[in-house]
Design a protein around this ligand. Sequence first.
Ligand code: GAL
Length: 866
Amino acid sequence: MKRFLVFVAVVLLFLPYSSARERMLFNEGWSFKKEDPLSIQKDNRLDYEKIKKWILPSGNRFLKNAPLYAQPQEKLNGGEYTEISFDDSSWRVLNLPHDWGIEGPFVQDLPGETAKLEWFGVAWYRKQFEVSSEDVNKQFFLEIDGAMSYSTVWCNGELVGGWPYGYASYQVDLTPYIKAGEKNQLAIRLDNPNISSRWYPGGGIYRNVWLTKTNPIHIDQWGTFVTTPQVSAEKAEVHVAVSLANAEKDHAQVVLRSTLYLQDKEGNIEGDALVSTEQKVCACSSKTVSQVLSLEQPKLWDVEHPDMYVVKTEVLNNEEVLDTYLTPFGIRTIEFTAEDGFHLNGRRVQLKGVCMHHDHGALGAAFHTRAMERQIEILKEMGVNAIRTSHNLPAQEMLDLCDRMGILVLDEFVDTWVMPKKENGYSKLFVDWNEQDLRAFIHRDRNHPSIIAWSIGNEVGEQHNEQGIVIGKWLSTVVREEDSTRPTTIGNDNPQAGFNGFERVADVFGYNYKPHFYAKFKEENPEIPLYGSETASCISTRGEYLFPVDNDKSGGKIGFYMSSYDLFAPGWACPPDTEFEGQDRVKASAGEFVWTGFDYLGEPTPFTADMTVLSNYHSDEERAQAEKDLKEAGKLTVPSRSSYFGIVDLAGFKKDRFYIYQAHWRPELPMAHILPHWNWADRKGEITPIHVYTSGDEAELFLNGKSLGRKSKGEYEYRLRWDDVVYEPGEVKVIAYKNGKEWAEDVVKTTGNATQLKLEADRQAMKADGSDLIFITVDICDKEGLMHPKASNKIEFEVKGAAEIVATDNGDQTSHASFLNPYINAFNGKALVILRSVKGKSGNIILKAKSKGLRGSQIKLKSTEL
Ligand code: GAL
């Protein structure tokens, strides 16, 4: 049955027969097998020397025109799994994107730093597909957007190629191995080494896979580069460089035509052709052709009006269309100035940015466009206009979203160069792969108007040595060869990196956690543009508060939770207010990228360095000693498995901190926010400080109708504090003022007991494409409908109709409950359930939620036809 379904899907796709490019999402119906888990106690060193032979692209270290995909160095027998005759009927069948790690379970004895999940190990994916005999002269390419990691591809038993860096996208040319008119077998092996990441990387083919069919004469993968060297309100000059490939021996005369269109909000061509140009060219074996178009009164891409265009490039032989390639792009000017920060279309734009890791919380590393879109929507509500893709290439769909939603992007390459941060991390690959990875990265991403700089690294160990200067300059040179329209940048945590020569390796200098160095940097480097590449790193748990409120940033621990007064941070970091002051004092800084927008899986600082976890010890001797010591001491276990850095928690619920950023970044939005909650039955008569975040400049606080005084923000003050409030249950109300006028208010009330569930969906309908999502928030409420801030009741879900439950979450950084469960305990009053559509099944969806002793609730949603 399984094979029949796969066969049908493929045949449908390739009909009706068309002579131009066909690109098909190749995510469905893969057979999957994970090899036995590697022993976590065993020293699991990566055999890179062996892997090198399989997929090293070239012996030449800094090869300039390296091919964009790897070729095997030798024929390698991958074993029976690669053969068409192998019977994989006992393997699990699944759809991509897939992350085996998120399926769990959480294992206490795995490091919290990588989420206590088993994302490492060896796994295989197999898929069969039919190729029509009519396609005997076609080219076939398999595009893999992201496979974690060291992926190697076989087709019909023969090794095709692969790519080691798990965040890279690449394609392999299947053409020589394809059998037209027959069934073809793909096999992909992943070998994801342990001790290779500082956060949760995931494991699996976690981004999309595509099968592309072209004519022998076609446009290369990522084979167009659109630039706009002249832009004014009246006119834009659009340059289109096209890389044309001809797989046949004979040269051919073809016509290359490029036509401009507007793009609509869904990413489709909108309206009639705006302008077009064509020329006759010879399609030699490989060739780049440049075309210039002139566009009157261009709509500029901007954070507020992200207007997009599309270039449609066609390769024509007489009237026959040999290939069609669409390149979305935007017309805008960008400049990082040394004196005055970042300029977009000639006006200064403060970068109100966040760093984001690639996971989607309960969905793990598996990329879901809607999950990403939801994250961006929440961030935009806070005032975010920029994202740094820390510390690696994002999914391409994430960049499409940023283009369409008006988000500026610092596109980041790697976390490490030669000096390792983790034994099996990118440093293993850097020497052999940096150029290949970097060029491919830029080819992939260079047409996105959202990208304003290429970040060549983060906190690399080489910030203080000569080798670092050589490598940094080399990487910047490669970037400029590939794209001279954007600057390079780098994130630096070593204060000396601003003064020891390293500050010149990239065009724009980013400081991580150094607001107190901005002024000195500008004094000594007046000509170098500056910004905060990583800022704050404040840590908190939604809904947790510790008393008495400590102003020492190292305080705030409540067991394994962090107090949400937003005053606490690790030694190198600071609360949001300190960074705001740093930025406000040094206007030459272009802005900041907060660490981080959302909580992410792994790195649960301050509970990361859990030396009760034996796998944190890398030598047998150390491990044996630690085991002995721990036995003697009686083992203490640290449960934390996701970060506390997020402004928003892992489930997408806003922490208090969301509002201090909103107040600062959206000064025109009338808003006020009170913290903490007001359910403190055991604090009657005790000092319970109240902090208020508001975009106003003054506020008056009331407790049960009685004024507790009016306060105004001083210079470099970003929150209002009433530190001596004596707790009594009831109502806290704040009225904020701006320029003396009433501006906004907020009210927090002591709630009654929890009695009912309240459901709220992020949207009412999704598409029946098998990957679209609806996120439903459950609040546990009292009879008035107020969310009970301490409720932890267990909620059970049931879905009927055109959807399935894909995950549950509650934002608790210490929970070891599986994200796959259709039930969950609320955490501080809230829980989340994520529904996914079923491909081809449209119609109504009913989600029911029940909880013992509480009134249940249900919600009606829809899945709509494509
Ligand atoms: C930085 C690092 C980030 C993250 C952060 C936590 O030093 O670049 O990846 O670890 O610290 O504060």
